[in-house]
Design a protein around this ligand. Structure first.
Ligand SMILES: Cc1cc2nc3c(=O)[nH]c(=O)nc-3n(C[C@H](O)[C@H](O)[C@H](O)COP(=O)(O)OP(=O)(O)OC[C@H]3O[C@@H](n4cnc5c(N)ncnc54)[C@H](O)[C@@H]3O)c2cc1C
Length: 302
């Protein structure tokens, strides 16, 4: 095969659209979450091209249909092991979860990243109904409302700052009596009038009839809020590709910016799995386009 794309989120499908149109005859493996992270959510308001907004499932169905129309061979299956050719002298070998193996001249990795949750049953119950792991994605729906951000690192501080610009009040729920964020971030948060930090506090559960109305705290108090934002980190889905692929300390695949090239010739990475910063559908889609173009260039020069 010329090109195998791993993952069916916005990055994978966009790579598939571009790869199909440039004659790479891509085969795409969907993994165990067909459509990717957006299938976990309802309203999508910030993906260009949908003037009235859309839903996660609709958007992903559209991307899939477009990739299929252009000729992408979309297959069920998860990649469980890889044997990359470190110098590009032979095809890369991928093992699928049904035990079969395939060979590919180029591989595009678009396996995404999963937000970390606290592990509470209520997080699942209220997912998309007041629980979110992305302020940029969902903050808009909480304008002039009261929300809480869980976490004490740089991301939590950034999310709290972002939400403070939209919401009436933002609580930061911090497990310890210090923030792990940089001094500059801490200062900003502490100086923002509508952010209040609740130290030595954890969320034990959530309550509400048709959505989140409040959180049960470890202090024994109930905190009335309209939304809970988790900001305790992400886990990039790169485990299966390590140690062959260079990754950063958190597991994000390192690419040679501005390209999507990894340390292995013919292996490209795009979307959230290689993006510790933006993690948005449109940026994932954009980098999927780059990966397909990089793969085409690699094959044409081989
Ligand atoms: C609840 C929620 C709401 C969000 N809302 C928005 C929003 O409103 N706007 C926005 O822009 N962004 C939003 N995001 C972020 C957005 O979903 C991500 O930035 C985007 O989906 C990343 O795309 P991706 O293609 O990199 O990966 P993903 O969408 O994570 O897709 C990864 C794909 O890889 C597959 N996969 C993983 N491992 C393997 C493997 N070993 N073999 C084969 N396949 C594999 C999975 O099955 C999946 O199909 C939201 C995220 C969440 C969780």
């Amino acid at each position: 095969m010329k090109t195998v794309i791993i993952g069916s989120g916005p990055a994978g499908y966009t790579a598939a659209i571009y790869a199909s149109r440039s004659g790479l005859e891509p085969v795409l493996y969907e993994g165990n979450q067909p459509g990717g992270q957006l299938t976990q959510t309802t309203e999508i308001d910030n993906f260009p091209g949908y003037p009235e907004g859309t839903t996660g499932n609709e958007l992903m169905d559209d991307l899939r249909a477009q990739a299929e129309r252009l000729g992408t061979d979309i297959r069920m299956g998860t990649i469980t092991a890889v044997d990359f050719s470190m110098d590009g002298s032979r095809p890369h070998v991928l093992t699928i979860d049904d035990g079969t193996t395939i060979e590919a001249d180029t591989v595009i990795i678009s396996t995404g990243a999963s937000a970390k949750y606290l592990g509470l049953e209520d997080e699942k119950k209220y997912q998309g109904m007041g629980v979110s792991a992305c302020a940029t994605c969902d903050g808009f729906f909480y304008r002039k409302k009261t929300v809480a951000v869980v976490g004490g690192g740089d991301t939590a501080c950034e999310e709290a700052q972002y939400l403070a610009g939209l919401c009436k009040k933002v609580y930061m729920i911090v497990r310890r009596d210090v923030l792990r964020a940089s001094e500059a971030m801490q200062k900003k948060v502490k100086e923002t009038e509508n952010i209040e930090i609740l130290w030595n506090t954890q969320v034990r559960g959530l309550y509400g009839t048709d959505g989140v109305e409040g959180a049960h705290l470890s202090t024994g108090e109930d905190l009335p809020i309209d939304g809970l934002f988790l900001a305790i980190g992400h886990h990039p889905n790169s485990d299966v590709f390590r140690p062959a692929l260079e990754c950063d300390a958190e597991g994000y695949i390192i690419v040679h910016h501005p390209t999507t090239e990894t340390n292995i010739p013919g292996v490209f990475a795009c979307g959230d799995v290689a993006d510790p910063i933006y993690r948005q559908a449109i940026s994932a889609a954009g980098s999927g386009c780059h990966a397909a173009m990089d793969a085409r260039k690699y094959l044409s020069e081989k």
